[in-house]
Ligand binder design. Structure first.
Ligand code: B12
Ligand code: SF4
Length: 458
């Protein structure tokens, strides 16, 4: 039995535009979901994983599969449907799962043979058995997986073409920030994989560099931080010789022991959601951690960097409290906090989030021709109607933010600083140049987008 697992591309996602900017090459990450599914698949299935981000293959020239499994974030949904239609025309059954299938189930069910909602661990073997017996059900619901029974992902598949491997050590988040899908999809309970499982899986990864995909590696409570410390100790003891980057809240910078252990275990970078430079913005997003009284972001960032860990700061533009000038203000805040790279995104109502419900009820979805418009839900397009920032203004604010933060003078200063302090100068250089090179690409993308929007409203 032959199984093709496919990660559809979205050419509008700038980080996969490798041809236009070679720096992006280092930011194409492995589709871990498909590697996890492969790990759950019994040996009688011959598995091919196709990541269209590395190039769309000639499906006609590939051996005909018995089953196709497609994953998709919302931004990949259109392409997912094209791929599904192709295989269904050939009579090959298509199963789709992942976040979009979970949040937009009806839309997905119209376009595939079978949809899997939630986490797949508990249902995937059944899906395969049913496919084999030609009795696929229209829908399976995996709910939340038992975190201690997740087998290792198949890191031997997709062996080349990527700068980094990927692993997941926890799922879920209790914070339920308005714009984020994680609580809705993975649940409010923070579930941690057993440490020996994680260490063993790390050992299976061939790449020297690894993305830990957890939404918040250190969790929210003291016992979560204690577990993170134990994990880092175990990783250091196992002498993994990996360099890894992860996502965490700013609380990561509060605990010197945690930072020292993370660094010893190979942590080289952390992605932190600062989200907004204003207290009103943080309140609006429900980002409670960042609102703590006396919180000094610059000091926290410095503490992290002193352990040779680079900081990527993420911000959102387009909040109801954002007024013209927010682009400059965001760049100034990121510079003042001292982050190594800035990732600024448009506020985007993703299906299933509290923000989606709010904007939908207020009729503020500017792009609502679905499924066509999903391709713009990459957080790099202003897809909503923003309170104080009309289309041209919000694009101008984003452009100003990026231009200010990634001016050549500032890039060189940051990279030199990291070089001088032996703090991952190469990663810092690649990160900054990748973002900077995308600025040029984005100007054109924004112009096309504005043009299309005008045509649409004529
Ligand atoms: C790692 C990651 C990335 C990596 C992607 C690596 C990759 N190629 O997959 C990078 C950094 C590139 C990325 C980019 C983006 N991401 Co992202 N990302 C994540 C993150 C943190 C983890 C995903 C992951 O690997 N999880 C581990 C695997 C094992 O879990 P999983 O993917 O959910 O898969 C399980 C189930 O969903 C299911 N399943 C999944 N696929 C399939 C398929 C079949 C057939 C079946 C049966 C089951 C199934 O089974 C799996 C095992 O249980 C999630 C947050 C999250 N917790 O999901 C956000 C998340 C998925 N990203 C999000 C977004 C918005 C984006 C971007 C659009 C914007 C951005 N700049 O971040 C881009 C778009 C990329 C694109 N190609 O279009 C949103 C998506 C919301 C939505 N409705 O689409 C999330 C949920 C974060 C959030 N804050 O809301 N992302
Ligand atoms: S943004 Fe971070 S803290 Fe907020 S719900 Fe999402 S994962 Fe949790």
């Amino acid at each position: 039995m032959r199984l093709d697992l496919i990660n559809p591309s979205n050419p509008l996602v700038s980080i996969v535009r490798v041809k236009e900017s070679r720096w992006n090459r280092y930011r194409v990450w492995k589709p871990l979901s498909l590697m996890v599914l492969a790990g759950l698949t019994p040996p009688e299935w011959e598995i091919t994983i196709v990541d269209e981000n590395l190039g769309v293959p000639d499906y006609q020239a590939m051996p005909r599969p018995d089953l196709v499994g497609i994953t998709a974030f919302t931004s990949q949904a259109n392409r997912a449907y094209e791929v599904a239609a192709h295989f269904r025309r050939l009579g090959v059954p298509v199963v789709m799962g992942g976040i979009h299938a979970t949040m937009c189930l009806d839309e997905v069910m119209e376009r595939v043979d079978s949809a899997v909602t939630g986490e797949a661990e508990s249902v995937w073997p059944q899906v395969l058995a049913d496919a084999r017996n030609r009795c696929l059900k229209r829908r399976y619901d995996g709910g939340f997986a038992e975190i201690d029974s997740i087998p290792p992902a198949r890191h031997d598949l997709l062996a080349s073409g990527y700068a980094m491997g990927a692993i997941q050590t926890t799922r879920g988040c209790p914070m339920n920030c308005t714009f984020c899908s994680v609580t809705a999809f993975n649940g409010a309970r923070y579930r941690q994989r057993p440490i020996p499982d994680v260490v063993r899986e790390f050992q299976l990864i061939r790449e020297k560099r690894v993305l830990v995909v957890d939404d918040n590696l250190i969790g929210t409570r003291p016992e979560h931080i204690a577990r993170a410390k134990d994990l880092f100790r175990a990783m250091a003891r196992a002498n993994l010789r990996k360099e890894w980057v992860a996502q965490a809240t700013i609380n990561f910078g509060d605990d010197e022991e945690l930072l020292a252990l993370a660094a010893k275990a190979g942590c080289k970078g952390v992605f932190i959601g600062f989200e907004s430079p204003t207290p009103e913005g943080l309140l609006e997003l429900g980002k409670k951690f960042n609102l703590l009284k006396g919180r000094d972001f610059r000091a926290s960032v410095r503490r992290i960097q002193r352990h040779n860990i680079l900081v990527v700061g993420s911000f959102i533009i387009g909040l109801d409290s954002d007024k013209p000038g927010i682009g400059k203000r965001t760049a100034a805040a990121a510079t003042q906090y001292g982050v190594d790279t800035l990732n600024a995104m448009f506020l985007t109502p993703l299906p299933g989030t509290r923000l989606w419900e709010q904007m939908k009820s207020e009729r503020r979805l500017a792009l609502d021709k679905f499924p066509e418009d999903w391709k713009y839900f990459t957080l790099t397009f202003p897809v909503a109607r923003y309170k104080h920032l009309p289309l041209d203004t919000i694009i101008e604010e984003m452009t100003t933010c990026d231009r200010e933060f990634y001016s050549m003078r500032r890039v060189l200063r940051r990279v030199w600083d990291n070089f001088w302090r032996h703090r991952g100068p190469l990663i810092s250089l690649v990160g900054n140049l990748s973002y900077r090179s995308n600025l040029r690409l984005n100007y054109k993308v924004y112009e096309d987008f504005k043009c299309q929007q005008r045509k649409r409203h004529c």
